[in-house]
Ligand binder design. Structure first.
Ligand code: GDP
Length: 303
């Protein structure tokens, strides 16, 4: 995952090897590799620019070899280590602060509206979240509001059966009505979390957005989560901005970070939209959902 970016940081680190001071030239040289790697990974141009500027500002003219006392004794910190530490902190700042919380509703079942483009992994992720709620001792209800794709309804039913979680679907209702009615179903089923699996499209279009706005108005969900495919890089950021503008989303779930994703979206999405990444999809099976930890991803990137 994120191999391109990791390679760039490795090359940068090698360029600083053996130096006793980080000069401006050395920093610029190292940052060139990082800049190229980030752009190749499809991180948004503005984000790359700002990241490189921040690291440069902190790194130039920084310490010669220093000794740092730790519990394990005195460690030598080389300029190379120091540079990487700055990169690590800035990567973390770019993606953080961590906020994987979901809002809960004390008066009625907590509503979680899942939105995203078709193929982003929305239905799978809905199942993953239901599994997570089950582990927390909650009783979820899945709502098949992607009525345009019979396969999506079927897929949700399969996931529900796998998890032993009820799935509400009904023919002949428009998605906003269906979602509204799901609240009565939740009451009957004694569910305390409702996961609305809404329809995706291949691209953002007006009818999709209007329908989602209507569902939001009908059910007043406590959380709106946008599922984004991390493989599509900068496009994911554009999608995210548009969904956020229309729906005021609460956060993101980035999927397919287990694949050979360029993964640029993970680095850009928070900085561009100001909304947090909550979870990462790390595989197709229902247990492959991780809480997002910026420090974890930063460490994976820096090796
Ligand atoms: P939807 O159209 O947005 O509901 O997308 P689906 O949930 O049907 O997922 C589309 C494809 O992506 C399916 O083949 C899923 O198994 C796959 N998928 C979803 N999440 C992940 C993930 O985190 N990692 C991987 N490798 N595949 C995923």
């Amino acid at each position: 995952m994120l191999e391109t970016v990791a390679k760039g940081f490795k090359a940068a680190r090698n360029k600083l090897k053996g130096r006793t001071e980080i000069t401006a030239d050395a920093v610029d040289d190292a940052l060139r590799d990082i800049r190229v790697a980030l752009l190749e990974a499809d991180v948004a141009f503005d984000v790359v620019k700002r990241f490189v500027a921040r690291v440069r500002e902190k790194a130039v003219g920084e310490v010669v070899e220093t000794k740092v006392k730790t519990e394990k004794g005195t460690l030598k910190v080389t300029p190379q280590d120091h540079f990487i530490k700055i990169c690590h902190d800035e990567l973390e700042a770019l993606m953080g602060p961590v906020d994987t919380s979901l809002k809960t509703n004390s008066k009625r079942p907590t509503g979680v509206m899942m939105v995203g483009l078709q193929g982003s992994g929305k239905t799978t992720t809905t199942g993953k979240l239901a599994s997570r709620f089950l582990k927390e001792g909650k009783k979820p209800l899945l709502v098949a509001a992607d009525i345009y794709r019979p396969a999506a309804v079927e897929q949700l039913k399969v996931l529900g059966a796998q998890l032993g979680v009820p799935v509400y679907s009904e023919e002949g209702l428009k998605p906003p009505e269906l979602c509204k009615k799901a609240q009565d179903v939740a009451f009957r089923e004694k569910a305390n979390v409702i996961l609305y699996d809404t329809a995706g499209r291949l691209a953002i279009d007006e009818p999709l957005m209007e329908e989602l706005e209507q569902i939001k108005a009908a059910v007043a969900p406590d959380n709106i989560l946008l599922v984004c495919d991390a493989m599509i890089g900068q496009d994911a950021v554009k999608t995210a901005s548009e969904f956020d503008r229309r729906l005021a989303i609460d956060g993101f779930i980035l999927t397919k970070l287990d694949g050979d994703a360029r993964g640029g979206a993970a680095l850009s999405i928070k900085e561009i939209t100001g909304k947090p990444i909550k979870f990462l999809g790390m595989g197709e099976s229902l247990d492959r959902l991780e809480e997002f930890r910026p420090e974890g991803l930063a460490s994976r990137i820096l090796g």
